[in-house]
Write a protein that binds this ligand. Structure first.
Ligand code: NAP
Length: 293
């Protein structure tokens, strides 16, 4: 059912820079339509200087939204109430107004947890994982891995200082062993249950693979957090070697579904959201189990 904008239409936004490539307006507006809600979701490119004021004004006017690169840390500092996921990761990608306060959550963590659940061959508890990258997505991925009881996570990033910051942020918070390494060569001959790519390699067609087939590193499953209209070159390369792999579309869908739940207090119409994405992708089980705040 289509609902035309009215004087009561709720404004949902994506704040970031850039935002023009985002699929969030596509599937969030599909969700709004499927749930027959009076709302519209738009992407607003904004600078760091204008983010706090914009976020607060939209939330206090009854709106809500998402925050993307490069403002997730600033958003975490801007909201008035933080979920535990925001406290742990230092990043906020979802905000809304509730009980007189501006709330912030990091539903990227939920998105990755669901993407791992849907990944064929993904390990459950006790896994040994190689995490490539140390930016915002890596923080969410590490939080999700710790939440799923990974035994050991090895951290590898181009800039070693950021790897150490990531390790230190989560060190001692769980029984998961965290190890920072400086180069892929240190891991040659090593074996992992899972490799996660949280670098931005793969966004552009001419990027090198985040982990080449000749690296000497063996793994049983791979999750690429990068997504493109077609599957990423790394996902295709890994699969051609007979190893199950998925790209970031599932994460995107599930972080958006969890955000929908925060804004509306009801289950997301996940099938309508999935159907609006530019390509269908394998999903063994579409179920949305919300993370607590
Ligand atoms: P970010 O904070 O800017 O971090 C980017 C990461 O990529 C850093 O670890 C950076 O290493 C690394 N990197 C960039 N260029 C590289 C290169 N040429 N060689 C090796 N490493 C390189 O970004 P982010 O928020 O973590 O996002 C990373 C990617 O995750 C995004 O590009 C996006 O595709 C994906 N993502 C997907 C979803 C989803 O819903 N599927 C959500 C969020 C993010 P340095 O530290 O050395 O710069």
């Amino acid at each position: 059912m289509n609902v035309l904008p009215s004087a009561a239409t709720r404004l949902l936004v994506l704040l970031g820079d850039p935002v023009s490539h985002s699929l969030s307006p596509t599937f969030q507006n599909a969700a709004v339509r499927a749930a027959a809600l009076d709302a519209v979701y738009v992407a607003l490119r904004c600078s760091a200087g204008s983010l706090p004021e914009l976020l607060r004004a939209i939330a206090r006017a009854g709106g809500a939204g998402n925050v993307t690169v490069p403002h997730k840390q600033l958003a975490a500092a801007t909201v008035e109430r933080r979920t535990e996921a925001v406290e742990r990761t230092g990043a906020c990608n979802t905000f809304w107004f509730e009980s007189g306060e501006i709330w912030g959550d990091n539903t990227d963590v939920t998105g990755i947890a669901h993407a791992l659940h849907a990944l064929p061959g993904a390990p459950s508890t006790g896994a040994r994982v190689l995490l490539l990258g140390a930016g915002g997505a890596a923080h969410a991925a590490l939080d999700a891995l710790i939440g799923q009881g990974a035994r050991e996570v090895v951290l590898l990033n181009r800039t070693a200082a950021r790897t150490e910051l990531l390790r230190d942020r989560f060190a001692g918070s769980s029984t998961t062993t965290l190890r920072a390494v400086n180069c892929k060569e240190d891991l040659s001959g090593d074996e992992f249950d899972l490799v996660i790519n949280s670098t931005s390699l793969g966004l552009h067609a001419d990027d090198p693979l985040p982990l080449s087939p000749g690296s000497g590193i063996r793994f049983r499953a791979a999750l690429d957090l990068v997504y493109r209209p077609e599957e990423t070159p790394w996902v295709r390369a890994v699969r051609s070697g007979g190893v199950p792999a998925s790209d970031g579309m599932n994460m995107l869908l599930y972080q958006g579904a969890a955000a929908f739940e925060r804004w509306w207090g009801r289950p997301a119409p996940i099938h309508a959201m999935q159907a609006s994405l530019p390509r269908s992708f394998p999903d063994e089980e579409i179920s949305l189990a919300s993370h607590g705040r």
